[in-house]
Design a protein. Sequence first.
Length: 406
Amino acid sequence: MAVAKAAAKQFTFLYEGTDKTGKKVKGQLLAGGETMVRDVLRRQGVVVQKIKKQGRLAGAGKKITEKDIALFTRQLATMMKAGVPLLQAFDITARSHANPSVQKLLGEIKADIETGSGLSQSFRKHPKYFDGLFCNLVAAGEQAGIMDTVLDRLAMYKEKMLAIKGKIKSALMYPMIVIVVAFVITAGIMLFVIPAFKELFTSSGGELPALTQMVMDFSDLFVNYWWIIFGSIGAVVMAFVQAVKRSPAFSAKVDALVLKLPVFGMIIEKATIARWARTFSSLFAAGVPMVEALDSVAGASGNAVYYDATIKIKGEVATGASLTASLQEAKIFPNMLIQMVSIGEESGSLDSMLGKVADFYEREVDEAVDNLSSLMEPMIMVVLGTLIGGIVVAMYLPIFKMGSAF
């Protein structure tokens, strides 16, 4: 509680001054007061000319997204490769970001570094934005003295993962949107259009065709119980989402079921394997030990089936088994990945082989999503045409019947 209160009293201060060489410098610091800012800058050899309190750091600003973290990682990697000092790189990155929440986050990390914390240690204080994989890679880069290379790998990894997630979302979002639109249109017809036809047909008398009567009955159901129908659908969706979030067992069953879905399951499986291989390649190339890397790979796989399998593989590798044999024993990894891992273990180029596997499956995901989109467009048109066309035909059948009677 005391730590939270201390953090709540911190403010952002903008400063201007000159460094030891007389060069003008400016930036921002997260601190509890102007005196603290002057002390920090004096230790850095900066002669302060101007300090301005920007305002209190609350949670204002947009939510920090994965894209924000990927952009920050890329910017930091670029500046580190260019030889920009770490603290100055944080200043530049924070000032260039439009999201105040990101500015606040980078200010907190910079303040930690200024008090003597390592970069990976500072990142670990924000697990919501920097997961174990991110922190492990940064720690490996600090130990090996190759921070610029590791940050470049991290930036590439983040960008690849965002691209895969984007592909999966686009593959799933398109049919979902069409289903929702089709339901809304059908509900509108049932609630407002069909009742008008019903009045016309009732006043004219006579027996209605079976298809027309079925549509009328369905419309009556919507008109009388629309609040139950919409409420039930909303309740089921919310219950499902909450069950996935709160019940690991239920979430694991959903993950296993998703992999068995026709067409979509294949795309998600390939995306999971690509993510698995890309994560493992990035960690192993940075010098993270295999057992520790497998722990991070399990968490980054994004699917409970592959998480459980990877944890089991980690245990087997820790007791001396080869990675290839452990992958074969799991029986969920494709032969191509197993063969490439075998070659990588024998030749000492495991990170390179895993990178090639990731490249291959990322291309497979791209092609599968493109093919799915082109296949689903005519299928959706047929379904929508049949649904709406069937309703229209049902409404006009009695009119045709009356017309033929004259």
